[in-house]
Design a protein around this ligand. Structure first.
Ligand code: NAG
Ligand code: NAG
Ligand code: NAG
Ligand code: NAG
Ligand code: NAG
Ligand code: NAG
Ligand code: NAG
Length: 876
């Protein structure tokens, strides 16, 4: 057949071109989906519902002509910026009419389609000619009939007909890390996705630089050049999230490290209304944070690592460190050390590092518990790499030091107290070093949040006991033999201890994260009855037939959809008797959603208050998880309060009524119901309004039940909405009734001002609504905060509004103990109060967000790793 090809091609090509032109429209994808039988051709795009991202064929600007890739890019900015590439190392050829190359345009076009394999439907990219498979999702035995949808987060998801996610582009990142993506490790396999640079600007094939979580410890992020570590973040010290404000683009970045049963990962979010923002690993070997600058219509690089000449990994050699406190960062030797090669060092060549000062002897030989060695403190350090995490039984700095002393080869330790990040046990993170100290840095004042004190082991002589050398000489042979024995013992001891502790650690894996009612039940068996399992709540709660709900919502039709909650969609329906209901349908591929579902249903079925939304029944048929609520005509408060037209419906008496109603609902949750319930996600969109604008608190998916004497709890999974989250909860995972009080305070300020907490407009030089409100209040201008659509003609309006601002500011104070309880809030709002305390300056916003925004090098990504990590990794 070979011979007939040249003759045939022009004919086939013409036929194909004709065919393409004549192809009926339904064969091309519409909207945000690709369904079986459709194929995407060059020039066509799929646009996410919401319009943020587009998927299609593209040619990088400097690419070889005719070579194209399938990728995802931002749909609403003028500079094509690709965030994901499917066939990154296998371009397809597309005939380019402009080049006049008849031989390459003479084949048919490549296409991306959903193709039926033997056991699965997969996305398949075929090269021109319709034959060769260039790229495929290659899922195994997932059944047929899947569809692919481009979500507005930029995630391209292949879903089975029942909604299960079979494959998603977020699991296969290229060089870009965008909000909601995860970079981390799966505990079971010890591996995880890495962000890998493009080879060059016109070539998306994998380059040499990559970024991901350190597979050895999961306590830090690494960037590699090939297989060698090229740059390293600092090790987590117990914070879970950090936020930074970037004034140039008005972007607030929230970085979190999330630890779940199966995986640990880093992810980030930006404030609502922030411009497109992404991290990227460049082909030149930099890890950068960029945000779209709308004024300049270009990308602005907010941060770039490594940031200083001596920041790359190990630049200063063993026992050297990069000193960032200087205007021009340079290498120095750790205290007690001197350059190994002074001539090279002064010539700017640092690779040989440092050695112990010659006038000091080496460390005393391995001498057991008390060998007289001392520790020298170096504060403000990004601690070196190659640490070993000791977790099992260390609960103070002294014990960490003792652990280090006990090991003959330990040269340094660093201790972090996680007490405020962890509810019980495991309150410390003790790192020890037994290898050469590499890649330490000294950080400047602004780095305060990241820096730790490194305790270097030095001979006792270093701190002044000069006579010791003589003693050492005499005692040395004796000591040496004893120490050999004790080392052998230690090794044996460590081995047995490891074995016993790892099984224990499985149980204690998530010590602080009491998340669901079932967790609580596990913690406290006596509460089993109170916080029942899904089976028993189905008994108490009316079960509604799926068929009735399908009929009520016209089979979940689009026209009936009234909202989108955190874990699914909300429909309005009319039950047979004519009763209007709101149906919350959990998205079916969300495992977590099922837990939230159980939680919400169990909880809310026990709670009855006129300021809480009423649950009428539920339905758990097949894969469906449905909650049926009373329908509230005016929906979410946010939809009215932040709408320029409708906000005038909310006059001052109505707003005050809403504030008081929410306060009473919250008081009921906190104190007056049978349980103590922390809502954890109070915000404007979770306050629903009935036909008379009376407020009802909704969405108990995140809520948390406390035992009788429990004051606060701790979680490593911070849930909730940024802006409304109390600072101690966001940074340390500690929550209590006072974290709800914080959210309530934010809500009050929003209701008075009509400004969203996440808004960056309208804030007139302050980093956020809270700081703005405090400033006005402090200057005596609090009345300026009031929404201009509130009529101030009556003097009592102003007095009431000022009281609300005052209460709001008391509720958002940084120190939870200074915030009032809801009982005081309700009483103040009802009765007024002659003498309220003066609210503190919101230190959280002023210092943390602003200062971090000014940070020099952003490797201060913290989390709340506790000391179990190492054992967990070993145990699996
Ligand atoms: C793929 O398989 C499904 C189910 O077996 C079938 O309905 C569909 O028509 C097939 N699609 C194509 C393009 O062959
Ligand atoms: C035209 O296509 C042929 C074969 O694909 C290729 O070798 C040649 O370089 C192309 N020429 C141009 C001008 O693109
Ligand atoms: C699909 O996966 C299987 C097994 O993992 C592999 O053997 C096969 O080569 C893959 N096919 C393609 C086209 O990548
Ligand atoms: C959904 O379908 C996939 C295969 O298509 C199957 O593995 C999975 O168990 C199904 N899930 C449910 C909840 O039915
Ligand atoms: C990355 O590694 C390569 C090969 O080892 C080396 O040539 C190159 O200079 C390195 N790049 C940087 C930025 O260090
Ligand atoms: C942990 O410390 C406690 C008290 O300090 C001690 O009783 C216990 O034996 C230690 N356990 C291990 C495994 O070292
Ligand atoms: C010292 O600690 C290292 C790392 O944990 C370990 O490999 C080594 O066996 C320990 N040495 C002694 C003598 O315990």
């Amino acid at each position: 057949m070979e011979w007939s090809r040249p003759a045939c091609i022009p004919v086939t090509a013409a036929a194909v071109v004709l065919l393409l032109l004549l192809l009926p429209r339904f064969c091309s994808p519409a909207g945000d989906k690709l369904t079986p039988g459709e194929s995407l051709l060059p020039g066509e795009t799929i646009v996410s519902d919401g319009g943020a991202f587009a998927l299609g064929f593209f040619a990088p600007s400097n690419a070889t002509p005719g070579r194209q890739y399938v990728g995802i890019w931002y749909n609403n900015i003028p500079v094509q910026t690709v965030v994901w590439v499917a066939n990154r190392d296998a371009p397809v050829t597309v005939g380019d009419a402009r080049s006049g190359n008849s031989s390459s345009s003479s084949s048919s076009a490549p296409s991306l389609a959903l193709a039926n394999g033997s056991a699965s439907t997969d996305l398949v990219l075929s090269d021109a000619g319709g034959g060769r498979v260039v790229w495929t999702t290659n899922t195994t035995s997932s059944g047929t009939g899947s569809t692919a949808v481009l979500l507005n987060s930029g995630n391209f998801v292949l879903r089975s007909p029942n909604g299960t996610t079979l494959w998603q582009s977020f699991d296969h990142p290229t060089d870009t890390f965008i909000p909601d993506m995860k970079v981390g490790l799966r505990y079971r396999t010890h591996d995880g996705a890495r962000i890998v640079s493009w080879r060059g600007p016109g070539d998306p094939s994998p380059g040499t630089f990559s970024y991901g979580m350190d597979p050895r410890t999961s306590l830090q992020m690494l960037m590699w050049n090939g297989t060698r570590t090229y740059w390293r973040s600092s090790a987590w010290t117990g914070y879970m999230t950090v936020s930074r404000y970037h004034a140039t683009t008005g972007t607030v970045i929230y970085v979190a490290v999330v630890d779940s049963e199966d995986e640990i990962y880093m992810t980030f979010h930006v404030n609502d209304g922030a411009p497109p923002t992404r991290y990227v690993v460049t082909g030149a070997g930099r890890f950068q944070l960029l945000s779209w600058n709308r004024d300049a219509s270009a990308w602005t690089t907010l941060e770039s690592w490594p940031s200083r000449s001596c920041s790359p990994y190990g630049s200063c050699g063993a026992y050297g460190y990069c000193d960032n406190t200087l205007a021009v960062a340079t290498c120095r030797c750790l205290d007690g050390f001197e350059p190994a090669s002074p001539a090279e060092w002064s010539g700017g060549v640092f690779s040989r590092g440092c050695r112990r000062r010659s006038q000091q002897q080496a460390l005393a030989p391995c001498g057991g518990e008390d060998d007289g060695d001392a520790f020298l403190d170096m504060p403000n350090m990004k601690v070196p790499d190659r640490f070993v995490l000791l977790g099992t039984n260390v609960s103070s700095g002294d014990e960490c030091a003792a652990e280090c002393r006990r090991n003959c080869s330990c040269v340094a330790y660093a201790y972090a107290n996680l007490r405020r990040s962890s509810a019980k046990g495991d309150t410390a993170r003790c790192l020890v070093w037994t290898a050469d100290l590499v890649d330490a840095q000294m950080v400047g004042a602004l780095w305060g949040v990241t820096a730790e004190t490194l305790h270097l082991r030095v001979p006792a002589g270093f701190t002044g006991r000069k006579t010791r050398n003589k003693i050492v000489k005499i005692v040395l042979p004796v000591l040496a033999s004893i120490s050999l024995l004790s080392c052998i013992f230690l090794v044996w001891f460590c081995k047995t201890r490891d074995k016993t502790s790892s099984s224990e650690s499985d149980k204690k894996l998530v010590p602080g994260s009491v998340q669901t009612s079932s967790d609580l039940a596990e913690r406290n068996p006596t509460e089993d009855l109170e916080f029942a399992s899904i089976r028993s709540f189905e008994k108490e709660l009316p079960s509604i037939q799926l068929s009735d709900i399908v009929a009520a919502t016209k089979n979940f039709s689009r026209e009936c959809m009234v909202g989108r909650g955190g874990f699914g969609k909300v429909y309005k329906g009319t039950l047979l008797g004519g009763r209007e209901v709101a149906v919350k349908r959990l998205s079916r591929d969300s495992e977590q959603g099922t837990e939230e579902f159980k939680n919400e249903a169990t909880l809310i079925s026990k709670l009855q208050h006129r300021n809480l939304v009423r649950l009428l029944g539920c339905c758990t048929e097949g894969a469906e998880r449905l909650l049926v609520y009373e329908y509230l005509a005016n929906k979410g408060l946010d939809a009215i309060l932040f709408d320029s037209e409708r906000r005038s419906l909310l006059d001052w008496p109505t707003r005050l009524g809403i504030i008081k109603g929410v306060a009473r609902g919250l008081l009921y949750l906190h104190q007056d119901s049978r349980l103590t319930v922390i809502h954890r996600d109070l915000k404007a969109s979770n306050v629903l309004l009935d036909a008379e604008m009376r407020p009802k608190i909704a969405d108990f998916g995140m809520a948390q039940i406390f035992g009788d004497n429990q004051q606060k709890a701790n979680t490593r999974r911070v849930v909730g909405t940024y802006g409304y989250i109390a600072p101690e909860y966001q940074t340390e995972g500690v929550f209590s009734v006072k974290s709800d009080v914080y959210s309530f305070g934010v809500l009050v300020l929003e209701i008075v001002s009509g400004v969203r907490i996440s808004s960056t407009d309208n804030i007139k030089g302050s980093p956020g609504l809270v700081a703005y409100a405090w400033r006005l209040w402090n200057e005596g201008n609090a009345s300026d905060l009031m929404d201009s659509s509130i009529s101030q003609s009556e003097s009592c309006v102003l007095d009431e509004a000022l009281l609300c601002v005052h209460v709001g500011l008391l509720c958002v104070q940084d120190d939870p103990n200074r915030r009032p309880l809801m009982s005081s809030v309700v009483s103040i709002l009802e009765n007024g109060s002659v003498s309220l305390p003066t609210p503190d300056k919101p230190a959280y916003l002023a210092e943390k967000i602003w200062n971090r925004g000014l940070g020099l090098e952003g490797d201060d990504v913290h989390n709340s790793r506790n000391s179990m990590t190492m054992t967990v990794l070993k145990g699996r």
